[in-house]
Ligand binder design. Structure first.
Ligand code: TRP
Length: 497
């Protein structure tokens, strides 16, 4: 190893610490907030099946690749990609993979923090007993009051970002390992309690059916939020590839892949541990939590006759119902949202870490870790204001129409669906479903075709031959083809719905 690949940065105290940090990064709002709402929007069981296939053929090999690259490069993703490319006699332009990932991390954290802020608000709503004996309408009114006031959302978003920035500024070893160690088991137990409660509801069977009996029509044909098929002018159902693309995007999002978060965590990992075993641990924990979240939430949806396709508000409308009517609900509710908040924090930290690692490594003279974290935190906070407004209902149309009017352009048609989208949804869609898969694709193409094979062998020395062979086969052919196919099909065949 030459001097360029050594760094003075910290290492995890044990390999258990790496697992904890990676699990802390993976398990977050993606599992408990996002997974249920996209499952509800895109058709239940068939969506879950496709998602699980992507976790196997895309998520798992990409995670192994990211850990491998990070551990080899031992720097921020930008530095790692550049160093490894140059060692292999390739273009230094590979560092842009790192840049692209940092950009994705910025964008994701900007809205992640707003949702995290909502969770924080719900800790207090639950604690004050606001949910007790509420009807579905009462719960909806509580949510409307929160998101209808941008300054409240802004305040929560600000607190969330400040706390995230403080943890990142203090460095990884402090706090994170210890927090995650008790947090994840506690979250798991609370989810089990919620599932137990959900089993007593009359909507439980329907939920199990919805989640585990794949109906591919629900995956491939456009539906409204209640799951009714949308028909075109000729009364035909409308084919859509969007759900498949969302399932793929989510396999990246939920495992924190494609932007360098796991790569930078891998860079603090020592060589004595098996990358495959680490990956398996993280992937299984993440998947189990997502499925449990689905099992906790959908019985509530069907019992209260809410719309499965409600969208991003789904957990804020369903979980309070459960806490409002179960024994000890105020206690469990507060605890649950608190744990979810911590899970969101440990993910947010990993979204910020690549950029902070880069800034404090590249411009060490001007930025120590704390200064780097502060500046990056401020930038992300500013960007998050967009999502604050979008969450309280500002659409693209509200932004563009006045500008167009002001410019004196007439006759533009704002009725198209595009204009009713809000920027929150657009940022979420573009980052998770486009940027992360592209980032992941670049990483596996690099590892499969450009990196020095001696370097790979050195990193994979701990693995069994069949694992290495299987991984190579996947990252060379199966995974890239799957990613490109999903993109291609969406661009060429599917209606843009
Ligand atoms: N995986 C996290 C979740 O499910 C979110 C997250 C953390 C993430 N770090 C990431 C997503 C890096 C993409 C890339 O909530």
């Amino acid at each position: 190893m030459n001097a360029a690949t050594l760094s003075s940065r910290g290492q995890w105290s044990t390999h258990m610490a790496f697992i904890l940090a990676a699990v802390g990064s993976a398990i977050g709002l993606g599992n408990i907030w996002k997974f249920p709402f996209i499952v509800g929007m895109y058709g239940g069981g068939a969506f879950i099946l496709v998602y699980l296939v992507f976790i196997l053929i895309i998520g798992t090999p990409v995670m192994m690749t990211e850990i491998m690259l990070g551990r080899r490069g031992r720097q921020s993703p930008v530095g790692t990609m550049q160093t490894l490319a140059m060692q292999a006699g390739r273009s230094a332009a590979w560092r842009y993979v790192g840049w692209f990932g940092m950009l994705a991390g910025f964008l994701i954290l900007s809205y992640y923090s707003v949702v995290g802020g909502e969770v924080m608000a719900y800790v207090f709503r639950a604690g004050s007993g606001a949910f007790e004996n509420q009807t579905a309408d009462g719960i909806r009114a509580i949510l409307t009051r929160l998101i209808g006031e941008p300054e409240k959302l802004l305040a929560w978003h600000t607190i969330f970002m400040v706390l995230t920035t403080i943890v990142v500024a203090r460095g990884l070893r402090l706090g994170l390992e210890r927090t995650v160690r008790w947090l994840m088991p506690a979250l798991f137990v609370l989810l089990l309690i919620l599932v137990g409660y959900a089993m007593s509801l009359k909507g439980f069977d329907q939920a199990v059916d919805f989640l585990f009996r794949p109906d591919f029509d629900r995956l491939f044909y456009l539906q409204d939020s209640h799951g009714r098929f949308v028909l075109d002018d000729e009364g035909q159902r409308i084919f859509t590839w969007t759900p498949v693309m969302v399932a793929m995007g989510h396999s990246f999002f939920t495992l924190s892949l494609g932007m360098g978060a796991i790569m930078v965590y891998g860079s603090y990992l020592n060589r004595e541990v098996s990358i495959f075993r680490m990956t398996l641990a993280v992937v299984s924990a993440d998947t189990v939590v997502a499925i449990l979240a689905g099992l906790a939430i959908f019985p509530l949806v069907f019992t209260a006759e809410l719309a499965p396709g409600e969208g991003p508000d789904l957990i804020f409308l369903t979980l309070p119902l459960a806490f409002g009517s179960m024994p000890g609900g105020a206690f469990f509710g507060t605890l649950f949202f608190l744990l979810l908040l911590f899970a969101a924090w440990s993910s947010a930290i990993s979204l910020m870490e690549p950029a902070v690692a880069w800034l404090s490594e590249r411009h060490a003279a001007r930025f120590d870790r704390a200064a780097a974290a502060t500046w990056i935190g401020i930038l992300i906070w500013l960007l998050g204001i967009v999502s604050v407004f979008a969450t309280s209902g500002t659409t693209l149309r509200d932004v563009i129409e006045p500008v167009v009017k002001w410019l004196g352009i007439d006759g533009m048609d704002f009725d198209s669906r595009v204009f009713s989208l809000n920027l929150f949804n657009i940022i979420d869609f573009a980052t998770a479903n486009i940027m992360l898969p592209l980032g992941g694709l670049a990483m596996i193409v690099f590892a499969a075709w450009f990196m020095r094979s001696e370097s790979i062998q050195a990193e994979m020395a701990m693995e069994r031959t069949v694992v290495v062979r299987g991984w190579r086969l996947l990252i060379r052919y199966v995974t890239p083809v799957a990613i490109l196919f999903v993109f291609f099909y969406r661009l060429v065949v599917s209606v843009q719905a």
